[in-house]
Design a protein around this ligand. Structure first.
Ligand code: SAH
Length: 338
């Protein structure tokens, strides 16, 4: 089946032209899809014969919902979707005071091999298409009946390892003829693919960028994040500075606190030094424990202590709140257990 959510408006215009239809039909279809229709029959202003033809060839989205978990505490919901070829991806819906947020996966699996992460345990199956990225957001809106105002690309996968489809996804979601979501409402998180950070700064200067740092010495970072053997901390930090020069925007550094590995005084002081003077924000994440790797969390209270220290030294910092504690399980765990 051809996934209509994998088309930019220009591509859809070519597609309908190939089917012998006038170009304006593409805008009509685009409009329906991003208004959230689930079937072609709901596209009321299209001729019957054309709808029949579309139905034979295409689908308005290709994900099948396999599992939905709902938190009773704070409205967080986790979704496990099955792709057309049987691979599975996880997405999360979160409620915040300022609106609803969805965390999507960028790949089925991941090949970055971070030690603490459940997503990479089985390696990479394949990149997700732009349509599969779009559908995670659109299907969650359709299933929950809630409007999503922010999207974070922080689920399974390394988004910059799937750069082209990520770019296409952002362009489709941003199109004013479709979902019309502002670029500033997206956040993309990378483990630190240095060349793509620069490309991204130039291509999408308004999208928020988060960089998974997690360590301040190359020894430790290489130990827990193999990507550090390709791009070390000094290359990464230089590129983060360049990112701010290009975009004039701050970078968020994510720092997952792992007991006995990166939660000691010396690390905290070195972290302060490393980011001092940068336009940035540090997001401390108490490690979500994954039984397969034996790593332990430094705990939220240690996170708050470190956060206090950094703030006293002028570094903006937060400790990530754990949402949906009753349906918790580390990122990627739902997919792994299915
Ligand atoms: N590949 C991207 C995005 C996916 S992971 C990246 O590395 O940034 C999103 C964030 O969750 C990253 O900061 C990642 O390092 C972190 N993460 C992964 N597993 C975790 C775990 N078990 N506990 C806490 N944070 C984790």
């Amino acid at each position: 089946m051809i996934d209509l959510r994998n088309f930019t408006l220009a591509e859809l215009q070519d597609f309908v032209a190939d089917m012998g239809q006038p170009e304006f039909r593409a805008k009509q279809i685009y409009n329906w899809i991003y208004r959230g229709v689930k079937s072609f029959r709901e596209m009321k202003n299209l001729p019957e014969a054309f709808l029949n033809e579309l139905e034979k060839k295409c689908s308005p989205g290709t994900l099948t919902l396999e599992k939905r978990q709902m938190s009773k505490e704070d409205g967080t919901q986790k979704f496990l979707f099955v792709l057309e070829d049987g691979h599975k991806v996880e997405s999360v819906f979160m409620k915040y005071k300022y609106g609803n947020s969805v965390c999507i996966s960028s790949q089925a699996g991941c090949r970055m091999g971070c030690k603490f992460c459940a997503s990479g345990l089985l390696g990479l199956a394949r990149n997700l298409t732009a349509g599969e990225l779009v559908s995670q957001v659109m299907d969650i809106e359709n299933i929950t009946g809630e409007r999503v105002s922010r999207v974070v690309v922080m689920g399974t996968g390394e988004p910059f390892d799937n750069y082209e489809n990520l770019s296409k996804f952002l362009s489709i979601m941003n199109d004013s003829n479709g979902r019309n979501m502002g670029m500033r409402n997206f956040t993309v998180s990378t483990c630190g693919l240095v060349p793509e950070i620069e490309k991204f700064a130039k291509d999408f200067p308004q999208v928020n960028l988060a960089i998974s740092l997690h360590a301040v010495s190359d020894d430790i970072r290489s130990e827990i994040m193999p990507v550090n053997n390709r791009y070390n901390i000094s290359e990464l930090m230089a590129q983060a500075k360049k990112y701010t020069e290009i975009t004039h925007r701050r970078v968020t550094f994510e720092f997952a606190l792992i007991k006995g590995i990166n939660d000691d005084e010396d690390t905290v002081k070195a972290l302060e030094k490393l980011v001092s003077g940068m336009l940035c924000h540090i997001n401390l994440i108490p490690l979500n424990e994954v039984s397969e790797n034996g790593l332990k969390t430094a705990g939220r209270s240690r996170g708050l202590e470190i956060c206090g220290y950094l703030e006293r030294h002028g570094i903006p910092c937060t400790v990530r709140r754990q949402l949906g504690a009753d349906i918790s399980g580390a990122c990627g765990q739902l997919r792994l257990d299915s």
